[in-house]
Design a binder for this molecule. Structure first.
Ligand code: HEC
Length: 372
């Protein structure tokens, strides 16, 4: 993290981030000055700030919805209405209208370094999405360092990295067999920090007090969620099309691991890098960077998914669809719409769908063909 200690840099206050979780420490220490914040490294002018496992970056911020708005995920958010545009020079309202900004206004975004970022929403009181290989480009929201102004409209930070999890359906938590989504809007009460500095979110649903700790799971692109309630109720987690593994479940405590259910990458550059020519080498890189490696071996070994060794041209049998020989269009379909066919002996919905560029699909196909 780059920090700027000179007096001059304090002019650029719009691009200034205070590490909110550490602020408590200095506020408690009595008097504080700008330079004290800076000396303790609580400020940054970096528009793409990153945290680490030792020093999580916790930001209260507007975030993009990433289209999780469908499917009753945001059932407690009200929908904004359009508003007329106002011209300060003429003093009149114009006939043009602003559309509501497509963003989530009261989220907490956390970055633990390259391997995990996630957004927890304080309105729905739930995890909304998680990604690797990046965090947010804050320029739209904090403003450019030189101009000092944020974007006039649509000032939502831009997510970059690889999104592997998105919330689906109603609130996933049930208490004593009843979904908490039936208890009215949950109420967020705040977060505390454990000794490991990871936030633990607290909220109320009906008369229940719930706390949730979110941390990286046992392997890449997995998350570990630990729910607890002081009343020792029985807790369950269920979410459509998401693989959930229960690690432990005792009265008042539930610990689970969730596996990827999405696959969408966002470039850190303003413009997405377009691949002109698909190649086997690009495919091989994607196999690792998109996380296919976590479920598909190259040496014939069985994992969560079938091995890619010798798959091209070989015969497949499915749970429902009629059998076929593996060809390009089947591979493409398997990556883009894995739910379309389920290979016999494997779980439906285990593989996340991947939204990629045409040349990325083609590169993966070239690579899979080459694994003999
Ligand atoms: C979380 C585990 C998981 C991840 C990650 C994953 N897959 Fe899969 N994949 C599966 C499972 C399970 C199946 C078999 C069930 C099915 O057909 O949906 C499968 C099936 C496939 C098939 C059909 C295989 C065959 O032999 O018939 C292809 C091709 C494939 N995946 C490619 C990919 C690629 C490329 C990626 C990365 C971009 C990827 N998968 C990521 C679990 C995963």
């Amino acid at each position: 993290m780059k920090l700027f200690l000179s007096k001059k840099s304090f002019l650029y206050t719009s691009a200034l981030l205070v590490y909110s979780h550490l602020l408590g420490e200095i506020q408690n220490s009595g008097e504080n000055t700008d330079s004290e914040y800076a000396q303790k490294s609580y400020l940054t002018f970096d528009l793409k700030p990153m945290g680490s496992m030792d020093r999580p970056l916790i930001l209260r911020t507007f975030v993009p919805t990433l289209s999780v708005s469908t499917n009753s995920v945001l059932s407690n958010h009200s929908t904004g209405s359009t508003s007329p545009k106002y011209s300060p020079s003429s003093g009149k309202e114009s006939t043009k209208e602003y559309q509501p900004i497509d963003g989530i206004p009261a989220a907490i975004a956390v970055n633990l370094g390259k391997h995990l970022s996630y957004v927890w929403d304080t309105t729905e009181c739930r995890l909304l999405y998680a990604w690797t290989d990046g965090f947010f480009d804050m320029k739209n929201y904090w403003g450019d360092r030189l101009s000092g102004r944020r974007k006039g409209f649509g000032y939502v930070p831009r997510l970059f990295g690889f999104v592997f999890y998105k919330a689906l359906g109603k609130h996933p938590l049930s208490i004593n067999g009843k979904s908490i989504s039936g208890l009215g809007a949950p109420r967020y009460t705040g977060y505390s920090l454990g000794t490991d500095r990871l936030p633990v979110y607290e909220y109320k649903a009906g008369k229940h007090n719930i706390s949730l700790k979110i941390q990286p799971g046992p392997s890449t692109q997995t998350l570990r969620l630990e729910f607890s309630t002081p009343e020792k109720e029985s807790l369950q987690f269920s979410s459509p099309n998401t693989q959930v593994e229960t690690i432990s479940s005792t009265p008042g405590k539930l610990s689970i691991v969730i596996r990827p259910n999405a696959g969408e990458s966002f470039s850190s550059d303003e413009k997405k890098e377009i691949i002109k020519e698909p190649t086997q080498q690009i495919g091989e890189k994607l196999y690792t960077s998109l996380g296919c490696i976590a479920c598909h071996s190259l040496d014939g070994g069985k994992n969560h998914g079938p091995t890619l060794k010798g798959s091209f041209g070989s015969k497949r049998e499915f749970l429902k669809a009629s059998s076929l020989a593996v060809d390009e269009s089947y591979i493409r379909e398997s990556i883009e719409h894995p739910m379309a066919k389920t290979v016999k002996g494997y779980l439906t919905g285990m593989m996340p769908p991947y939204k990629l560029q045409q040349a990325e699909y083609d590169s993966l196909i070239l690579f899979i063909k080459s694994v003999r």
